[in-house]
Design a binder for this molecule. Structure first.
Ligand SMILES: Nc1ncnc2c1ncn2[C@@H]1O[C@H](COP(=O)(O)OP(=O)(O)OP(=O)(O)O)[C@@H](O)[C@H]1O
Ligand SMILES: O=P(O)(O)OC[C@H]1O[C@H](OP(=O)(O)OP(=O)(O)O)[C@H](O)[C@@H]1O
Ligand SMILES: [Mg+2]
Length: 288
């Protein structure tokens, strides 16, 4: 049996659940229950805070889990877990920031004993230890940006993604501490157990195929036979487009191919100009 720890709330919870659904790992959640079953009787789910998941996976309460790389580092468990895949979302950087009007412009301007407010006390301490600077860490559990303005800190170390929050609060970035995305992590001992490893590999493959499929679209069309070579040049496809007969029309063929999602916008008018008709673009759930 595999215990799979998933974030119960927060910004990565929903996108992770979406990918798992696309991967075919349907979860049956009853109400606000903290445990759930999946379509696979050997995979159970437990819901927890993303912040606690590194610890649960490191000590074996869960065999695998989804959380942010920043939180793995903050819990100091990077040696106890294996990172199996990167979801490519939940991008955020932990940065050191100071009020725009402060005279701190670089790390060198940070004086001994200055106070740094953060939700990431361990990562922040490690950062300053490496620089051999003694600062006072003020641990907060959210809304860190306010700390310099209410006089409880000189600087903050906080997550930034779009940069909107820092700008809104008139804060400037002094340095980057770490960059993070959402990851699938596994307990090292669980991976040594052959049965568990096999099941975990199935989960990894399913998630990878769903993540890959998100970047692709299936395009289908009817096109004039004499334009096939030109169309082939436009859509190399994964293994070349599939071309098949249209029974009702000798002059036309049906073509389908898998193409990158970001190419669709410019590709469709070109296909249309070549005489392609009944062009369909459809999402793909998984590609193996
Ligand atoms: N603004 C952001 N953009 C993208 N990812 C973010 C952002 N803020 C935090 N994250 C990432 O989300 C992951 C989950 O963090 P957490 O569970 O604390 O979620 P949250 O959305 O911050 O929830 P809350 O603050 O309500 O507790 C972390 O790994 C973090 O790096
Ligand atoms: O660069 P941006 O896109 O603006 O995102 C950054 C903000 O997102 C996170 O806050 P969250 O919403 O998790 O609230 P919190 O501070 O209470 O954790 C983070 O702590 C920043 O405040
Ligand atoms: Mg947060």
């Amino acid at each position: 049996m595999i215990m799979f720890a998933l974030p119960n709330k927060g910004r990565i919870s929903e996108p992770v659940m979406d990918v798992l659904e696309k991967a075919g790992l349907k979860i049956t959640v009853k109400g606000r229950s903290l445990f759930a079953n999946t379509v696979d009787k050997d995979i159970k789910v437990m819901f927890a805070r993303a912040r606690d998941i590194p610890e649960f996976v490191a000590d074996g309460v869960a065999d695998i889990g989804v959380t942010g790389y920043d939180l793995v580092l903050e819990r100091n468990v990077e040696d106890k877990v294996d990172i199996l895949l990167d979801f490519g979302f939940g991008f955020a950087k932990l940065v050191l920031a100071a009020p725009e009007n402060s005279n701190i412009n670089s790390v060198e301007d940070i004086k001994e004993g200055m106070r740094v407010a953060t939700e990431f006390p361990n990562l922040t301490k490690k950062y300053f230890d490496k620089l051999n600077k003694k600062v006072e860490i003020i641990e907060l559990s959210g809304a860190t940006e306010i700390a310099p303005f209410i006089g409880i800190a000189d600087l903050i170390s906080d997550l930034t993604s779009t940069g909107t929050t820092l700008k809104l609060n008139r804060l400037k970035v002094i340095d980057e501490i770490v960059s993070s995305t959402t990851r699938l992590i596994a307990n090292k001992k669980s991976l040594e157990n052959e049965k568990k490893k096999e099941k975990i590999n199935q989960i990894v493959l399913a998630i990878k195929s769903a993540l890959f499929a998100e970047t692709k679209r299936l395009i289908m069309m009817n096109a004039p036979k004499d334009k096939v070579e030109e169309i082939k040049k436009l859509i190399p496809g994964m293994a070349g487009p599939t071309v098949s007969k249209v029974l009702s029309n000798d002059e036309m063929v049906a073509i389908h191919a898998v193409v990158n999602e970001d190419e669709i916008f410019s590709l469709v008018p070109k296909l249309h100009d070549l005489g392609a008709r009944d062009i369909l673009v459809v999402p793909i759930e998984r590609i193996l």
